[in-house]
Design a protein around this ligand. Sequence first.
Ligand SMILES: Nc1ncnc2c1ncn2[C@@H]1O[C@H](COP(=O)(O)OP(=O)(O)OP(=O)(O)O)[C@@H](O)[C@H]1O
Ligand SMILES: [Mg+2]
Length: 245
Amino acid sequence: MCEVIVIASGKGGTGKTTVCTGLAVALAKAKNKVLIIDCDSGMRGVDLMLGISDRLVYDISDVISGACEYADALYRVEGDFELYSIAAPLYADDEVSPSLIRRFVDQVREEYDYILIDSPAGTGSGFYAAANAADRALVVINAEPISIRGCKNISYRLRELKMTDCRLIINRFDKKRFFDMGLYRDLDEVIDEAGMRLIGLIPEDMRVIALSQRGALAHNWSQTAVIFDTIVKRLEGVDVPIVVK
Ligand SMILES: Nc1ncnc2c1ncn2[C@@H]1O[C@H](COP(=O)(O)OP(=O)(O)OP(=O)(O)O)[C@@H](O)[C@H]1O
Ligand SMILES: [Mg+2]
């Protein structure tokens, strides 16, 4: 049975698109058939990170409006796995309404093991469309106050949507920087303040930036790939301890 997961954050730039693509690749490598739906209209990024933007002609608004067939807007990511992506519209004016996104997801979900939806930052209409179509949520934060505040905001909205399965990912974690800041006693304090159970701790890794700029995230993830593999295991209910490095 397919699981539809939204990747969200209150604050922009926490790493949602990076996490979405990284998890999608990890899930696909674990023999799952995976679809990423980019819901960040006007600021889409999944295609850039996966290196498929040169091939892109159609996006989800074209499918919904009937300007193309669903298969025309479905882009397969090259690799030894089954990973597909549907782009968000290039312009925010073409954003698709929450009810139509939901209907689309319900129509295609049984073709996949997982559908990951990349949400825009914040709690606007794009977030609502992404979250409303999902079964569970991953909220990405950085270990800092503004990001945690964003998480609380998102939590509140997710509760309104009756989403009960919400898990926290702390991204771009740098142990030295974290303790040098002197804002928190330890990571437990961050997790307590965010008010959500942790499912992944992803270190700051400069290679992630380099790979994402080159559209190579699907192919070479170095150490960070291992972290995504463990998050996938936890998503599937396996108890893998989280190590703070
Ligand atoms: N673990 C990491 N280590 C180093 N850099 C990272 C990491 N995760 C993400 N980044 C970098 O942070 C920047 C923002 O990441 P990303 O675009 O994934 O964030 P986002 O939350 O999707 O942003 P937006 O809110 O604009 O959609 C990118 O340059 C990305 O390469
Ligand atoms: Mg993004």
